[in-house]
Every structure is written in structure tokens, then in C-alpha cells.
Design a protein around this ligand. Structure first.
Ligand code: HEC
Ligand code: HEC
Ligand code: HEC
Ligand code: HEC
Length: 113
């Protein structure tokens, strides 16, 4: 029984420290306003989305865990080789999942005025 309690304490401690690490790194609600020519910015609940996706890599497809970057670190205003333009990177990643998981797909659902 004592051994089990000690084991439980370790499990809780590990889970707690892992949780602290994640919440310290990953943003909560962010406003994506990187392009801004014709459409209003998009409010993105990053925190809620981390539980909607199976892994951080579902979106941060080129980053190792703990080293996540903004999409705009690699995706620029226009496509460079196979690296699609930033707008297309967002639209493909965001809308493909929304189609599969019944998230919002209309322009104004994301581009709120
Ligand atoms: C799932 C969310 C989502 C949906 C749905 C969506 N967009 Fe976007 N779109 C984004 C995000 C995120 C950006 C990047 C915004 C930024 O950086 O300012 C973006 C950027 C854009 C841009 C470039 C920015 C600008 O101001 O010129 C245009 C144009 C655009 N979207 C048009 C549309 C149109 C038209 C539709 C509907 C057919 C649509 N979007 C639907 C998420 C979405
Ligand atoms: C549904 C897609 C998605 C998922 C899942 C996701 N992220 Fe993100 N994350 C983004 C987007 C989009 C941005 C950039 C927002 C912007 O451009 O302002 C971002 C930004 C970040 C940043 C800020 C980078 C910087 O330099 O400012 C960190 C850190 C981060 N994410 C960590 C994580 C971690 C850790 C996980 C998994 C627990 C995760 N993300 C899961 C889409 C996602
Ligand atoms: C470290 C650089 C880097 C970062 C950061 C990055 N990408 Fe990419 N992305 C690439 C490259 C390179 C490609 C070209 C295709 C490939 O190599 O997979 C690409 C391709 C894509 C494609 C097209 C995939 C296809 O099959 O045609 C989408 C969509 C995409 N990225 C979305 C995103 C989103 C959304 C983010 C931010 C959450 C992001 N990327 C962050 C480098 C990056
Ligand atoms: C792994 C799948 C997935 C990806 C990738 C994804 N979403 Fe979502 N998103 C969802 C789901 C599922 C919902 C609906 C949640 C609900 O209605 O309970 C949603 C809802 C939303 C909403 C409505 C407000 C909210 O958070 O409930 C916005 C805005 C949104 N997503 C923007 C984005 C943007 C911008 C991106 C790309 C950077 C993105 N999403 C990528 C699954 C995803």
C-alpha cells in the first residue's frame, strides 16, 4: 500500500510538471493577423485546439515537440518551391480538419468582422 502511494505521488508529480511545461510554452487565444489585406483577422483558440488535434504535429508539421514555430517562420506571402504561401498553409490545414470534424468552414466563421 505504501509503495502504491509513493508510485501514485510520482505519477502525479510527472503529470503536473508536464502540464506546467505545456502551458508555459503553448499560447492560449491568439489573433492571427499576419497577412491583412482584405479580410478581418482570425481569432484562434490555440489552447482549445490542442485537444481537438491528436498531436501538436498535426499543425506544426515541421517542428519537433517543444520547438514549435509560427507558420510564418517558413511560409511567406507567396509560395517558394513546395512551401505553399502562408494563406494557403492556413486555409488547407484549418479547413481540411474543419471539414472532417465539423468545425466552421464559412469565410465569416473565421474572418469575424
Ligand atoms: C478555418 C478558418 C478560415 C476559414 C473558414 C477561412 N479562412 Fe481565410 N484565412 C484564415 C487565416 C487563419 C488566415 C490568415 C489571417 C492573417 O494572417 O491575417 C486567412 C487569410 C485569408 C486571406 C489573406 C489575408 C487578406 O486579408 O488578404 C484571404 C484573402 C482569405 N483568408 C479569404 C478567405 C475566404 C474568401 C474564405 C471563404 C471562402 C476564407 N478565407 C475562409 C482562416 C480561415
Ligand atoms: C490546430 C493547429 C495547432 C495545433 C494542434 C497546435 N498549434 Fe501551436 N500554433 C498554431 C498556429 C496557427 C500558431 C501561430 C499563430 C500565429 O501565427 O500567431 C501556433 C503557435 C504556437 C507557438 C508560438 C510560436 C511563436 O514563435 O510565437 C507555440 C510555442 C506553439 N504553437 C506550441 C504548440 C504546442 C506545444 C502544441 C501541442 C500541445 C500546439 N502548438 C498545437 C497551430 C496549432
Ligand atoms: C520549419 C518550416 C515550416 C514551418 C514552421 C511550417 N511549415 Fe508548412 N511546409 C513547410 C515546407 C518545406 C512545405 C513543403 C512541403 C513539405 O516539405 O512537406 C510545407 C507545406 C505545407 C502545406 C502543404 C502540404 C501539402 O501536402 O501540400 C501546408 C498546408 C502547410 N505547410 C501548413 C503549415 C501550417 C499551418 C504551419 C503552422 C502551424 C506550418 N505549415 C509551419 C515548412 C514549414
Ligand atoms: C485537428 C482539427 C482542427 C484543426 C487542424 C483546426 N481546427 Fe479549428 N476547430 C476544430 C473543431 C473540431 C472545431 C469546432 C469545435 C466545437 O464546435 O466544439 C473548431 C473550431 C474553430 C473555430 C470556432 C471557435 C472555436 O474555437 O470553437 C475557429 C475560429 C477555428 N476553429 C479556427 C481554426 C484555425 C484558424 C485553424 C488553423 C490555424 C484551425 N481552426 C485548425 C478543429 C480543428
Amino acid at each position: 500500500m505504501k509503495k502504491f502511494a509513493a508510485f501514485l505521488a510520482i505519477v502525479v508529480a510527472v503529470m503536473f510538471s508536464a502540464g506546467v511545461v505545456i502551458s508555459a510554452e503553448a499560447p492560449g487565444k491568439v489573433t492571427i493577423k499576419e497577412i491583412q489585406k482584405t479580410k478581418p483577422p482570425v481569432v484562434f483558440d490555440h489552447k482549445a485546439h490542442t485537444t481537438r488535434a491528436k498531436a501538436c504535429k498535426d499543425c506544426h508539421h515541421k517542428n519537433e515537440p517543444g520547438k514549435e514555430q509560427k507558420c510564418s517562420a517558413c511560409h511567406k506571402a507567396s509560395a517558394e518551391g513546395k512551401t505553399v504561401a502562408l494563406k494557403d498553409a492556413f486555409h488547407t490545414t484549418c479547413r481540411d480538419c474543419h471539414k472532417k470534424m465539423k468545425g466552421p468552414t464559412k469565410c465569416d466563421d473565421c474572418h469575424k468582422k
